[in-house]
Write a new protein. Structure first.
Length: 372
């Protein structure tokens, strides 16, 4: 790889105990046979990937539901610590979980070894249980996740919350953010589900209004001297105003890689199962090879300057372009963003930017008045 590896996603489980009506992973198995990663694949993954990292590497346990393969996660930490010393790496661990698989051993493991825990929760009980269900049994997913979060708080485990916002399940997003904050979330993300294109215009309008309210609240907190744990679009605009420019939406295949349960290598977890973006396997005698180089070049060449639909866009260097995996899922083309994504960006970013400029101007006037 031409760029040092910073984040390695390990799909230790391509099984899930839930079914969610928006799941891009097709129930956690990504269109393949449900399976768990084995120890031989884990070792090959570390043998292959650790030499590609420079000084620091995040190993992210992912799925499906990764805690269905908790034994291998334990093995990964033990093996990883041993190998990190040999490679001179600072190793950290992250976990993305649906929050419904927990035990005393899991809580102790997370407290001792995992630096970042992200839990999926879509909103209140009506939204979460309307979109996410157990494969077996009639328990409430929402209630089960709340029980898990209570155990995390009691154990002193910091956690982030991630809500998938769907067209049918959208609610008061500022209220959702505040509720998540009351649950003790250290970071909050709201992610619109644009894998399937065609949100109705009136629903996009409401989504823009809801996200604008969230970002205005984050901005107000920042002005008051806080560092809000939400408001992704506000942070991007603030960065842009400070000279930062987004050329890609993410670092897929350029600092980020994912290893599937069978050892297949992909640019990130969103591409797992898509053979057109398979970058070989950790079981190959030599990796990286031509497949990896080809996919990396394809994604590197998909910048907002090179995308035909992005190069003339006013907000391209704030947005960075749509997630390429979402574009592929919707149209089969990484360079063709969904209409829903672009419409939202064009409505949201100018409004937040104008509010931020007005706030900065008012703050400047206030400071000048104080000097006088």
């Amino acid at each position: 790889m031409s760029v040092a590896l910073r984040n390695l996603y390990l799909l230790v489980s391509q099984r899930c105990n839930l079914t969610c009506n928006y799941c891009y992973a097709e129930g956690g198995h990504f269109g393949e046979s449900p399976r768990l990663m084995d120890g031989a694949t884990l070792r090959r993954a570390f043998d292959t990937m650790f030499p590609l990292a420079s000084k620091s590497l995040v190993v992210s346990f992912f799925g499906g539901e990764p805690l269905l393969n908790f034994r291998l996660m334990q093995e990964a930490v033990s093996l990883g610590e041993d190998m990190a010393g040999k490679h001179g790496l600072r190793l950290r661990y992250a976990l993305t979980t649906n929050g419904t698989v927990v035990s005393n051993d899991i809580v102790a493991f997370l407290r001792e070894h995992v630096d970042y825990v992200a839990v999926s929760l879509d909103g209140d009980e009506s939204v979460t249980d309307g979109q996410r269900h157990f494969l077996r049994g009639r328990r409430s997913v929402h209630a089960t996740v709340l029980e898990t979060l209570a155990r995390f708080r009691e154990a002193g485990i910091a956690f982030a919350l991630r809500a998938t916002v769907t067209e049918s399940g959208m609610q008061d997003l500022l209220g959702t953010v505040r509720d998540f904050g009351a649950l003790g979330a250290s970071a909050i993300r709201l992610v619109p589900a644009f894998q399937v294109p065609g949100w109705k215009n009136r629903r996009l309008t409401r989504l823009a209004e809801e996200l604008y309210a969230v970002n205005r609240d984050a901005m107000a907190r920042a002005v008051a001297g806080e560092e809000p744990c939400y408001g992704e679009q506000f942070y991007r605009i603030r960065g842009f105003m400070n000279g930062e420019r987004m050329h890609h939406p993410c670092d897929a295949a350029n600092g980020v890689l994912a290893v599937a349960a069978d050892g297949g290598v992909y640019p990130c977890d969103h591409f797992v199962g898509n053979t057109a973006f398979r970058m070989g396997s950790v079981h190959d005698s030599v990796w990286p090879g031509p497949e990896a180089a080809g996919v990396q070049a394809l994604l590197s060449g998909n910048s907002v300057e090179q995308r035909p639909t992005c190069r003339g866009c006013d907000v391209r260097h704030i947005c960075g372009g749509e997630c390429p995996a979402n574009s592929v899922a919707a149209s089969g083309d990484i360079s063709r963003p969904t209409t829903s994504h672009c419409t939202l960006m064009h409505r949201l970013y100018p409004a937040i930017g104008e509010a931020l400029r007005r706030s900065a101007s008012a703050r400047g006037e206030s400071q000048r008045g104080a000097v006088r």
